[in-house]
Design a protein around this ligand. Structure first.
Ligand code: KG4
Ligand code: ZN
Length: 367
């Protein structure tokens, strides 16, 4: 599977408007991400209608910037690759329709991309600072896809060959991090703030449940979330939870200062360790059982340093993860995934529609 391509990836599935130009699915020529985090922070999560409106404002400048930075013209593109699912319908529509307009106007092939596949293919990208160009991942491999909306454990025997071994039966890992952060009034998104606050805490301070007994490779995080809620209620029976968000700055301060109220660092560290332990235990089991040559991490939660370190420590085979900035939503990963679809002959029609609940294994999406 090799042929020179230049692909423009477009990502608008949630709260990042992103565009990137990638060569051969690996070399990043530009990777522009306009984040809406500040906009959504005040709501404690993504506000879908606002996300769509912001994508509409950002998409043209972001695509222009990606093309300018890469120094390519439309005629030098082999494909335009928008994400068409999973994600928020109104948000996905902005990227998909923009891509269709450009594809139609300049007669460039359109290749619709599954957002989860894009997260996985971030592992094929060569990190910009890496001059040694690591070899591409080897099959069979086990990939743990952990994002705000998904927690999937997948066996890949080759390109585009996904066998989903397990998934979350309730909250996704990122969703659990976001919900517990909201519960502790730490702000949005929860993963990075929990990671930061946990640094000063004792991960053995509180014994929280791991839910390892659910289906062999399925995950469950809602019990853990409830356990944190109960813990907080026990520790702070009179006050309950503050109604005023502590915000990021206050969260820092509360670790030492107002942290006298709640041992936030210890709670965050114990909770983070419980999430990571459940994820690593099942991934490592699957890697052993299915004779994987590698373990791949993918999705926003793969940015978590404890998850990366524990997986590397406990896995019987080498662990790969994208550089941290390529774990969270971006369009370089979209272009990378599109390259491998494109060279296997996939082309999408201009009638391609958004599929908000698109799964990783979807017959429509196979070549
Ligand atoms: O993949 P992503 O950017 O968007 C989705 O496709 O959902 O993932 C976002 C999720 C959020 O739940 C966020 O809290 C989590 O990834 N996240 C992290 C970290 N950075 C982002 N979780 C743990 N540690 C991090 N450093
Ligand atoms: Zn994502």
């Amino acid at each position: 599977m090799n042929s020179m391509t230049r692909v423009l990836g477009i990502e608008t599935s949630c709260d990042e408007t992103a565009a990137a130009v990638v060569e051969d699915g690996r070399i990043i020529h530009s990777n522009i991400v306009a984040s809406q985090i500040e906009l959504h922070r005040r709501y404690g999560g993504v506000f879908p209608e606002m996300a769509s409106r912001q994508h509409i404002l950002s998409i043209v400048p972001v695509v222009r910037q990606a093309m300018d930075k890469a120094g390519v013209g439309w005629k030098e593109l082999d494909a335009i690759a928008p994400v068409y699912g999973p994600g928020l319908a109104g948000a996905l529509l902005v990227g998909l329709n923009t891509a269709k307009a450009v594809a139609f106007a300049h007669s460039i092939p359109l290749v619709g991309v599954n957002h989860l596949e894009a997260h996985i293919y971030a592992n094929w990208l060569i990190p910009e600072e890496d001059e040694s160009a690591p070899p591409t991942p080897t099959f069979p491999l086990i990939c743990l896809v952990v994002s705000g909306g998904h927690t999937d454990l997948v066996l890949m025997r080759g390109h585009h060959d996904y066998e989903r071994l397990g998934r979350t039966i309730d909250d996704a890992a990122g969703e659990a991090l976001d919900k517990v952060a909201r519960l502790l009034n730490l702000g949005y998104p929860g993963g990075p703030v929990i990671e930061r606050i946990a640094q000063g805490g004792d991960p053995t301070a509180f014994d929280l449940p791991r839910a390892l007994q659910v289906g062999a490779y399925d995950f469950s995080f809602s019990g853990l979330k409830t356990a944190v809620l109960r813990l907080v209620q026990e520790l702070q029976p009179a006050q309950g939870i503050d109604s005023e968000p502590r915000g990021q700055k206050l969260a820092d301060a509360s670790v030492e200062g107002s942290g006298a109220q709640l041992p936030l660092a210890d709670i965050a560290a114990s909770f983070q360790t419980a999430v990571v332990d459940a994820l690593v235990t099942k991934t490592v089991d699957a890697a052993e059982r299915f004779g994987a040559t590698q373990v791949l991490l993918a999705g926003g939660v793969a940015a978590n340093r404890l998850l990366r370190a524990e997986m590397a420590r406990r896995s019987p085979v080498p662990v790969r993860c994208p550089p941290i900035r390529l774990c969270t939503d971006n369009a370089a990963m979209v272009a990378a995934a599109a390259h491998y679809r494109f060279i296997s002959g996939v082309r999408s029609g201009l009638d391609l529609d958004v599929v908000p609940a698109l799964a990783l294994v979807n017959p429509q999406h196979h070549a």
